[in-house]
Design a protein around this ligand. Structure first.
Ligand code: ADP
Ligand code: MG
Length: 353
């Protein structure tokens, strides 16, 4: 037996974190009515259940929780709690082992891109709670990447996607439409933004993926005696290296994807796999038409069919926004300004079939 197979023979011991605010604000009910009976039947033990009380609560909780008492963490939420948990685990002195804790995802948010991508790859219907719970109970493990994100003032880790320009605004502005619930708020917000079709001036610099050998993650902070955490090889104030490419223009759309789906039903790109080790940037300048945006964002997944949609494969990039706007990382708003991103392949683990 491999260690993973032996793990599967032991009952699962789970820490469950539920965001009662996510999606239609019915996460708690969905967990109790659908997920909990399935975990009980499967003999999985719920060691502790945490209902998040505010933003940042999930991060703080996993920062100090005794991980030796559990075999995995289950999140009933959207992508925002995934982001918090990645950052909480990476902030621990024992981050190297903590980030390997298997994480199971139950889609109760309005943005469930990570679990939707997992279910898509497993050929399961997306955003169906039962299917998501089956993936966890099954106990298979799949590795996924995390990426460091540095702005001038902060450093964090992400595992899902970055939005700027049109979809950045939708992510932030659609908070006001939360009453619509679920994914609808994103779609309505998207339609409004497509009608406006605003351009955002900015620059994107990136290391093309075929030159990746030269992008070793530097390890800066060794002063604390802890193992050095991976970070971006350059900071936002460093000059762009010679072998990076820079494009500049009036961006209407900018999405950096670490997986196939942007949300439950909207696929950014079918061939981006979980744990592929890359960021796929999909962008359009102001020569894109409203009809193309509409089809590309809320209709057909195949953005590649328009020559106004562009794609970049990279592990390290800097986005330098010039026009005012919003940047969200895994659906969470970050400080607006230059942002440096770098992928660290295979660092986290997800329950999947
Ligand atoms: P959604 O997919 O609906 O956006 P997320 O799980 O991404 O759901 O969470 C959205 C936000 O809710 C996150 O910023 C998270 O930190 C925050 N949050 C967590 N618990 C609460 C709470 N009790 N009240 C308000 N916001 C919360
Ligand atoms: Mg969210």
């Amino acid at each position: 037996f491999s260690p993973e197979q032996i793990d599967r023979l032991e009952p699962m011991q789970l820490l469950v974190i539920i965001n009662p605010f996510s999606g239609r604000k019915n996460g708690q009910k969905l967990f109790q009515n659908i997920a909990r009976p399935m975990f009980d039947l499967a003999g999985a033990v719920i060691v502790q259940e945490v209902i998040t009380e505010r933003q940042g609560h999930a991060k703080e909780f996993v920062e100090t929780f005794d991980l030796t008492s559990i075999t995995g963490i289950v999140l009933a939420s959207g992508d925002g709690i995934v982001y918090e948990v990645i950052n909480g685990l990476m902030a621990r002195p024992d981050w190297e082992t903590a980030i390997k804790t298997p994480i199971g995802l139950i889609p109760t948010g309005s943005g469930n891109a990570l679990v939707s991508s997992l279910l898509y790859e497993a050929d399961e219907e997306k955003a169906v709670i039962e299917n998501a719970v089956f993936q966890i109970i099954n106990g298979g493990i799949q590795t996924h990447d995390i990426a460091s994100v540095s702005t001038g003032s902060s450093h964090s880790y992400m595992g899902v996607l970055i939005h700027w320009a049109l979809t950045g605004s939708v992510d932030v502005e659609s908070e006001k439409l939360r009453i619509l619930g679920g994914e609808l708020r994103t779609i309505v917000g998207g339609l409004i933004s497509i009608i406006m079709k605003r351009g955002y001036q900015g620059q994107l610099s990136y290391l093309p993926i075929d030159e990746e050998s030269s992008v070793a993650a530097t390890e800066r902070d060794t002063s604390s005696g802890e193992a050095a955490r991976p970070t971006t090889s350059i900071s936002v104030s460093d000059p762009i290296p010679d072998n990076w490419k820079t494009i500049e223009g009036n961006f209407v759309m900018f999405i950096g994807l670490m997986l196939s789906h942007m949300s439950d039903s909207i696929m950014g790109h079918s061939d981006i796999k979980i744990g592929s080790g890359e960021h796929r940037i999909v962008y359009a300048f102001d020569d894109v038409t409203r009809a193309q945006l509409l089809t590309g964002l809320v209709g057909s997944p195949n953005t590649a069919k328009y020559d106004t949609f562009h794609e970049i494969r990279t592990r390290a990039f800097r986005l330098n926004p010039i026009s005012p706007g919003f940047i969200t990382v895994d659906g969470e708003l970050v400080d607006y300004g230059p942002i440096q991103v770098q992928v660290h392949p295979g660092m986290m683990r997800l329950y999947s079939r």
